[in-house]
Design a binder for this molecule. Structure first.
Ligand SMILES: NC(=O)c1ccc[n+]([C@@H]2O[C@H](COP(=O)([O-])OP(=O)(O)OC[C@H]3O[C@@H](n4cnc5c(N)ncnc54)[C@H](O)[C@@H]3O)[C@@H](O)[C@H]2O)c1
Ligand SMILES: [Zn+2]
Length: 363
């Protein structure tokens, strides 16, 4: 078991990660005095498979609970589902001291965190991530929110969890595709901050993707530590430090949106976005061909997509210009100078973006 302290003054919290760590849940809730009633937001698949573990860990603690099951889809990250959940939560909350447990992947985490931020102007919430992506990335850092038809995460708040408990044995039931999606964010951490980890992944990608206990424990902890260090310096993305976590996300989000959140999942879209951002870095002569190929190869080796298929490139471009990372019409890309070193560039000419996507400049 590893505990990483996310140090954010009054909003500091522990991220506990390992095998068998879920049994600490009730003790930590009591220590933090979060409340007497847990409102657990989840997908039915997760409730059916792992709900009993969560319930067992609350048993005898005097904490009562209810499950709120939402549809298993990115579409649940919507204002419509917020409305329904808030109504239900308000009914459950009568005469209780309620807190939320986000029990699932990034969709559940983002949605639950946002509801926690808004209900009664903020109630405590805990992240119990169940996907690799959520363990290494979305459960940490307090970015919460929901999507609009016009784009992802357009409505949201910075709202930190009070605790993160990543029970790595929950990951065993993930599909290969979901494991790969988490692996995309792992590659992101290596590319933006840790050349040694990148080398480790080149040699050990099969172990990590096979959820080997030791490799998984090492990588999840490493990513959480990197993320904690970044957000500790720039919690609300005001200083341009946290921005580097968006490597691959500018075009990645556009690909995800253009595909209706179905064609490519978040991790797959981000893998494609990282290739495109690396290609732009190469075009601007920030990196050489070798570095570019190392990144593409690692993505390929892990079984993630390396080429956009079945999507209109023009649709991607249109989605991109609605992204939050485009301030007015000025675009902003996280690019790389080397593996482990980033640089933020604004105003990348449209011609370069089109060229990178393979769209003729006349279109
Ligand atoms: N807040 C942040 O900082 C941040 C960072 C990265 C991504 N995100 C968001 O996270 C979302 C993607 O997260 P995700 O990939 O975890 O998606 P997800 O929450 O949709 O989960 C993916 C799938 O895995 C299934 N699943 C979850 N846990 C399982 C388990 N233990 N065993 C078997 N199946 C399981 C789910 O039912 C779902 O079908 C996106 O909405 C993205 O925008 C947020
Ligand atoms: Zn992401």
């Amino acid at each position: 078991m590893k505990t990483i302290q996310v140090k954010l003054a009054k909003r500091s919290y522990k991220a506990i990660c390992g095998f068998g760590v879920i049994k600490n849940l009730a003790r930590e809730i009591k220590r933090l005095n979060l409340g007497s009633s847990a409102y657990i937001i989840t997908f039915s698949k997760i409730k059916n498979r792992y709900g009993k573990h969560l319930v067992k860990s609350l048993k005898g603690s005097g904490i009562n609970y209810t499950f709120k099951v939402v549809a298993d889809s990115e579409r649940s990250k919507s204002l419509q589902s917020c409305f329904r959940i808030l109504q239900h939560l308000a009914r459950f909350d009568k005469n209780k001291k309620v807190f939320i447990i986000a029990f699932g992947g990034g969709v559940i985490g983002d949605l639950s965190g946002f509801i926690a931020s808004a209900y009664k102007r903020g109630i405590p919430y805990i992240q119990v991530p169940t996907t690799l992506l959520a363990c290494v990335d979305s459960s940490i850092g307090g970015k919460t929110g929901v999507d609009l038809n016009l784009g992802k995460n357009l409505v949201g708040a910075f709202y930190q969890p009070r605790l993160v408990i990543s029970e790595l044995s929950f990951l065993n039931s993930l599909s290969r595709r979901q494991v790969r999606a988490g692996f995309a964010e792992i590659i992101k951490y290596a590319v933006i901050k840790d050349k040694l980890m990148f080398k480790y992944l080149e040699a050990n990608h099969a172990k990590v993707l096979g959820l080997d206990k030791q490799a998984l424990g090492y990588i999840v902890n490493r990513c959480v530590r990197i993320k904690a260090e970044i957000i500790q310096q720039d919690e609300r993305e005001e200083k341009g430090i946290r921005t580097i976590l968006n490597f691959g996300h500018t075009l990645g989000h556009a690909i995800e949106t253009a595909g209706g959140y179905q064609k490519y999942n978040h991790g797959e879209a981000i893998a494609l976005g990282m290739i495109l951002a690396s290609r732009i870095s190469k075009k601007l002569k920030l990196i050489n061909q070798d570095t570019y190929l190392r990144i593409v190869n690692l993505i390929k080796l892990s079984g993630l997509p390396v080429q956009i298929k079945g999507l209109s490139l023009k649709k991607i471009l249109a989605a991109q210009y609605r992204d939050k990372k485009f301030i007015g019409s000025v675009n902003r890309f996280v690019l790389i100078k080397d593996i482990g070193r980033t640089i933020i560039k604004r105003n990348i000419p449209l011609g370069i973006i089109k060229d990178t996507l393979g769209i003729p400049s006349s279109l």
